[in-house]
Design a protein around this ligand. Structure first.
Ligand code: NAD
Length: 295
């Protein structure tokens, strides 16, 4: 029986760790925010007060952190995981980070006798809560197969995209498209509203027409068109503008590395950057809808 150490109990990680507990995995959790650790302890996880305590019995590490620097310092920092864990552990990083950073992390862990896959996710906080996330994995086939049981407890669709780093490339292509779709859907809805249309009626029409897309189906950016989505809750929770900006930055560097042509991605990056800089960084990314409103 594997012992999992789970790090990063934020908007996504808290629900993911809960689903591991529900599936019967022995899961020890750690976050810098103590109340999040307590939340998981209430759900049946083993709480821990330090990285060393969290990995003392672990053979599997799962991390769900904001960005590269957090993953690197958690794994390799002075008080980090590699200084405290037994040999041949399986590291599964579900954070969205730079593909080149994932490759470097994978190499360093391999040199230390560990295994690593990058396994970023798609599906948002609702997917994390429902255990229906899509996992996009980069890594050796055998390591992918070793991880599948854990990923299945947190997700519905598990893809093996290629070698270490490939999961991050596929994820960032997806999120660049998501940013473009969210901005485009907001643009179309507001143009309809400007011309006197009801956004709910507009959404129903576009859902049955060629403009149909994920944001209209599951994450409408216009308040009160859909229940239980961030736009109907003051754009609280969900996927922060700051994180979307991080992902668009990753998309731009991925594009620059191979001279990919991404004019719509660049435009989306500029729009979300202006929106974030205007004080909206902590709001859900569907708040880009507000950028289109006018008198
Ligand atoms: P979040 O900011 O809500 O959570 C991150 C958590 O990591 C926080 O609780 C923080 O305290 C914790 N943390 C930071 N450093 C730590 C450390 N050294 N040790 C332990 N805990 C630490 O972020 P989130 O929305 O859960 O996103 C996490 C990752 O998932 C990001 O890379 C994001 O891009 C990606 N992602 C998010 C969504 C979404 O809808 N929110 C969807 C897909 C992917």
């Amino acid at each position: 029986m594997s012992n999992i150490a789970f790090f990063g109990l934020g908007n996504m990680g808290a629900s993911m760790a809960k689903n591991l507990v529900k599936a019967g995995f022995n899961t020890t959790v750690f976050d810098l925010v103590e109340s999040q650790v307590q939340l998981l302890a209430d759900a049946g996880a083993n709480p821990s007060k330090s990285v060393a305590e969290a990995v003392s019995n672990a053979d599997v590490v799962i991390s769900m952190l904001p960005a590269d620097k957090h993953v690197e310092s958690l794994y390799f920092g002075e008080e980090g995981i590699v200084n405290n864990i037994s040999a041949n552990a399986l590291f599964i990083d579900c954070s969205t980070i730079e593909s080149s950073a994932a490759i470097t992390i994978g190499k360093r862990l391999k040199q230390l006798g560990h295994r690593f896959i990058d396994a970023p996710v798609s599906g948002g906080v609702a997917g994390a809560a429902a255990g229906t996330l899509t996992f996009i994995v980069g890594g050796d086939k055998l390591d992918f197969e070793s991880a599948e049981g854990f990923l299945n407890a947190m997700g519905k669709n598990i893809f093996h995209a290629g070698d270490v780093g490939a999961g991050q490339v596929a994820k960032i292509c997806n999120n660049m498209l998501l940013a473009i779709l969210m901005a485009g859907t907001s643009e179309a809805l507001q143009m309809g509203i400007d011309n006197g249309l009801d956004p709910k009626v507009m959404s129903d029409i576009m859902l049955q027409s060629s403009g149909r897309n994920w944001t209209l189906e599951l994450y409408n950016p216009c308040p009160d068109v859909m229940e239980n989505v961030p736009s109907s809750k003051g754009y609280q929770g969900g996927f922060m503008v700051d994180l979307m900006n991080k992902d668009l930055g990753l998309a731009m560097s991925t594009a620059a590395n191979k001279q990919s042509v991404v004019p719509l991605g660049q435009l989306a990056k500029s729009m979300f950057q202006i929106h974030g800089n205007a004080g909206n960084g902590k709001l859900d990314f569907s708040s880009i809808f507000n950028a289109y409103k006018h008198d």
